[in-house]
Design a binder for this molecule. Structure first.
Ligand SMILES: Cc1cc2nc3c(=O)[nH]c(=O)nc-3n(C[C@H](O)[C@H](O)[C@H](O)COP(=O)(O)O)c2cc1C
Length: 393
């Protein structure tokens, strides 16, 4: 479906303009139809030729153009999504004020499809109350905004304002092309994800194959739908998105502690992490030496805290509790047992072989229903929120 979508990539005059070249390249590789628009000031930073070579067509730069006199309307009608990356304080201010005095601001004024802004600038510029107020105004008008990351900025200072990873921008693009609803606005969502480790000694541990990709898709999609998202993350194979409140843990005991610390304040809890069900009875302080072992090794385990069950017991009125079940057989039957046993509102059951993959097939199991959803993990996560939004719990 994404193959035929039209994306207008608009580049403004920020120091991060060069990073939009990589974004254009990834979008072309992703199969999207791309047009690139550059402001006059963006061309001080990057030559349009860099973009035109990637998209294999000219970059649009002129509002008053004899050959294409109403370029701004043509582009606005063509785009399924406009992405302004990077978005300067200047363009944010102009759009928020209704100014249309060059090609980009005029095109945005004529656009009826979603516009995604990627603000990137010096920290003092970003935290300036005027910029913050403009961003809030744009948010209230329905503009999509991916906040900048924190870190070292090109001007040598540290703080908020950094252009985010293009990988995160791609997730936002994929999300906003298909899902624009803000049905989780005002909701606090807790998502656990990844795998836990239980140590035998300082070097060795038992764990499982969970990558955290599904949990990240749930957290990202919840954030894009307006939720304030906290993640308690075990070990994962990807970088945590900069816009989530994240707590990183290693063992199931640490995960339990952090989940119980945050759970009371949450409207929705999604227990996606693959928490280890058991842990060694003893964790050796020093490395177990090979010579100290005989031919066969016997390890003794004890159960870990059943976090989902405990959350089910503590569940507040109106709180939604969702558990995950990775199974190898009798998927629905096992999910139904878990639904009742843990007092959850829904169990998302999936086959264990989807771990680490980018796509998934899941079964949303509630008291009355078993709805299959599939697709990319981000897409499946959105379908899960759609299901919850239809009050099907
Ligand atoms: C070296 C340099 C770097 C700049 N970097 C940024 C930036 O990262 N973000 C930003 O908002 N403005 C930045 N500016 C200021 C913008 O270029 C300026 O506000 C300009 O008017 C933006 O024009 P445009 O929004 O039409 O592209 C920078 C200016 C210079 C000279």
């Amino acid at each position: 479906m994404s193959k035929s979508k039209n994306i207008l990539l608009a580049v403004t005059g920020g120091i991060a303009a060069y990073k939009a070249i990589d974004l254009a390249s990834r979008l072309v590789k992703g199969g999207y139809n791309i047009n690139v628009l550059m402001t006059d000031n963006a061309q001080h930073f990057v030559n349009p030729l860099s973009f035109s070579s990637i998209i294999d067509k000219p970059v649009v730069t002129e509002l008053f153009n004899q050959e294409s006199p109403i370029e701004h309307i043509t582009l606005a009608d063509w785009a399924d999504l406009t992405v302004i990356a990077p978005a300067t304080a200047n363009i944010i201010g102009k759009i928020a004020s209704g100014i249309a005095d060059e090609l980009l601001s005029t095109t945005v004024m004529a656009t009826t499809t979603p516009v995604l802004l990627i603000p990137a600038m010096n920290t003092n510029m970003y935290t300036n109350p005027i910029v913050q107020s403009n961003l809030k105004k744009l948010h209230n008008f329905g503009y999509k905004i991916l906040p900048p990351a924190s870190g070292r900025l090109a001007c040598g200072t540290y703080g908020e304002g950094r252009y985010p990873d293009n990988e995160e921008i791609l997730f936002a693009i994929k999300s906003f092309l298909t899902h624009q609803q803000r049905d989780l606005e005002g909701k606090k969502v807790l998502v656990t994800l990844g795998s836990c480790r239980e140590y035998l000694d300082p070097m060795r541990y038992i764990s499982n194959v969970s990558s955290g990709k599904m949990g990240l898709a749930i957290a990202r999609s919840a954030y894009f739908r307006g939720a304030e998202v906290t993640v308690v993350a075990g070990k994962i194979t990807e970088k945590l998105p900069h816009y989530l409140n994240a707590v990183e843990v290693t063992t199931s005991a640490e995960m339990a502690e952090q989940v119980f610390k945050h759970s009371d304040a949450m409207d929705i809890i999604v227990m996606n992490a693959a928490v280890t069900d058991f842990q060694p009875i003893q964790e050796e302080r020093d490395k177990i030496k090979k010579e100290s072992l005989s031919d066969t090794i016997e390890l003794a385990f004890k159960p870990t805290t059943d976090i989902l069950k405990e959350l089910g017991n503590r569940k507040k009125k109106d709180q939604i509790l969702i558990g995950f079940a990775a199974e190898t057989q009798n998927i629905e039957e096992n999910a139904r047992k878990k639904l009742v046993g843990k007092k959850a509102d829904m169990i998302v059951a999936n086959h264990i072989n989807t771990a680490g993959q980018n796509n998934t097939e899941m079964l949303l199991v509630t008291t009355n229903k078993a709805e299959p959803v599939s697709g990319s993990k981000l897409d499946a996560a959105h379908k899960m929120w759609d299901f919850i939004g239809r009050n099907e719990l």
